[in-house]
Design a protein. Structure first.
Length: 196
């Protein structure tokens, strides 16, 4: 496990070296996000705040780890309320927003769980940028998809990403590369959060 952590920290330092001199301040375009209308758009998340060159790997990642952990209680409560594995909910948030409560996708999805405005309103989420409301709404929506697809987590995640209509239409995970990658990524992230 320590070898894996050392490898991750080494990779973080390598990535940081590519961004030296770039000011952190605005959103960063990362991966495509399905807009629900058949095209892919880049998702926007907050920048990873980079440390100075003399910081150790452990110190430079401390702020990010603390930001991720800051939502653990909210995630645990929502997961318990909606009978969802907390590691799955945390992985979904990681994939959707990178734990940035101010994240906004080009399609208009907002907050930690990237709820579209109409979906947020239907779930009773008044402020999608409020972490508690976003996590509650995202957990409730994920529970609805789990119920709709009889507990099949892969189909529920595909529905969360591409919409339940697409999953029904294609009788499974839709043939959208972004959705297929999303499902795999969330399930992989869930493994890394299991047992924390």
């Amino acid at each position: 496990m320590l070898d894996g952590l050392a490898s991750v920290l080494s990779r973080i330092q390598e990535i940081k070296s590519h961004f030296r001199g770039i000011s952190a301040g605005g959103p960063v375009t990362v991966a495509p996000h399905f807009t629900g209308v058949g095209r892919l758009e880049p998702a926007r998340v907050a920048p990873f705040v980079l440390g100075s060159a003399d910081e150790s790997s452990q110190e430079s990642t401390k702020g990010y780890v603390e930001a991720v952990s800051a939502y653990d209680d909210l995630i645990a409560r929502a997961a318990e309320k909606y009978d969802i594995d907390p590691a799955l909910l945390k992985a979904l948030i990681h994939a959707e927003s990178g734990f940035n409560p101010q994240a906004v996708s080009p399609a208009g999805a907002k907050g930690l769980t990237q709820l579209m405005p109409a979906t947020a309103a239907a779930l009773g989420v008044v402020d999608p940028f409020d972490p508690a409301q976003s996590i509650e709404g995202g957990a409730r929506y994920l529970r609805a998809q789990l119920d709709r697809f009889r507990g099949n987590e892969a189909l529920a995640l595909a529905a969360y990403n591409a919409g339940p209509g697409a999953v029904i239409k294609y009788h499974g995970i839709p043939p959208f590369r972004e959705t297929q990658n999303y499902v795999q990524r969330v399930l992989r992230l869930r493994e890394s959060y299991s047992g924390q």
